[in-house]
Write a protein that binds this ligand. Structure first.
Ligand code: ADP
Length: 162
C-alpha cells in the first residue's frame, strides 16, 4: 500500500491544487494533504480555515485525508508512513525551488521519494497569491476555485455575495 502526502500552504485551495489531488488519487492508495501550520508567508486564512476549505473540496474522495502539520515535511511524511511527497509543477516558476527542496529532503530522508506532477494546461496560471490579488480587486474568479472557496474569499475581502 503506497501512501503519499501532498504538502502546501493552500491559502486557499485552488482548482489547480485539486487537479493535482485528483491525479495523485489515481496513483496512490492513500493521499494525505498536509497543510503547513506556520509557513513563512503572509497568509489570508488561518490554518483551521485552510484545512476546512480543502476538507470540503475533497469530501467526495474516500482515499484522501487532510491534516495540518508543523516542522519538517519529511518528518510529517514519516509520521504518516508515507513513502512519497507529491508536488505540482507549473511551467517554469516552480522547478528550481522544488529541485532545491527535493535535494534537501533527500538528504534528510533518503527513503522518501518526490513525485512532481505537471500542471494541466488550463491551471498553469493559477496561484493562490495571484488569485487573492485578483479577488481583492473585484476580479471574477469563477472556475478557478470551488464555489465555497470563492464565497470564503469574498467574505475575507468584504465583497458583496456572488
Ligand atoms: P507552497 O507554499 O508549498 O508552495 P502552495 O499551496 O502554493 O504551497 O502549493 C502547494 C503545491 O501545489 C506546490 O507543489 C505547488 O507547486 C502546487 N501548485 C500550486 N498552484 C498550482 C496549480 N495551479 N496547478 C498545479 N499545482 C499547483
Amino acid at each position: 500500500m503506497t501512501i503519499a502526502i501532498y504538502p502546501g500552504s493552500f491559502d486557499p485551495v485552488t482548482n489547480g491544487h485539486l487537479d493535482i489531488v485528483d491525479r495523485a488519487v489515481a496513483l496512490f492508495d492513500q493521499l494525505i494533504i498536509g497543510v503547513y501550520d506556520v509557513p513563512q508567508k503572509n497568509l489570508l486564512f488561518s490554518t483551521q480555515e485552510r484545512v476546512d476549505l480543502i476538507r470540503k473540496a475533497v469530501a467526495n474522495l474516500p482515499t484522501v485525508r487532510v491534516e495540518s502539520y508543523s516542522g519538517l515535511t519529511v518528518n510529517f511524511a514519516q509520521q504518516m508512513n508515507a513513502k512519497v511527497i507529491v508536488r505540482g509543477l507549473r511551467m517554469t516558476s516552480d522547478f528550481e525551488r522544488e529541485f532545491e527542496m527535493a535535494l534537501m529532503n533527500k538528504k534528510l530522508a533518503p527513503d522518501i521519494e518526490l513525485v512532481c506532477l505537471m500542471t494541466s494546461l488550463e491551471y498553469q496560471f493559477i496561484s493562490s497569491s495571484l488569485l487573492k490579488e485578483a479577488c481583492e480587486l473585484g476580479g471574477a474568479i469563477e472556475g478557478l476555485v470551488p464555489e465555497h472557496v470563492a464565497t470564503a474569499l469574498a467574505e475575507k475581502f468584504h465583497l458583496p455575495k456572488r
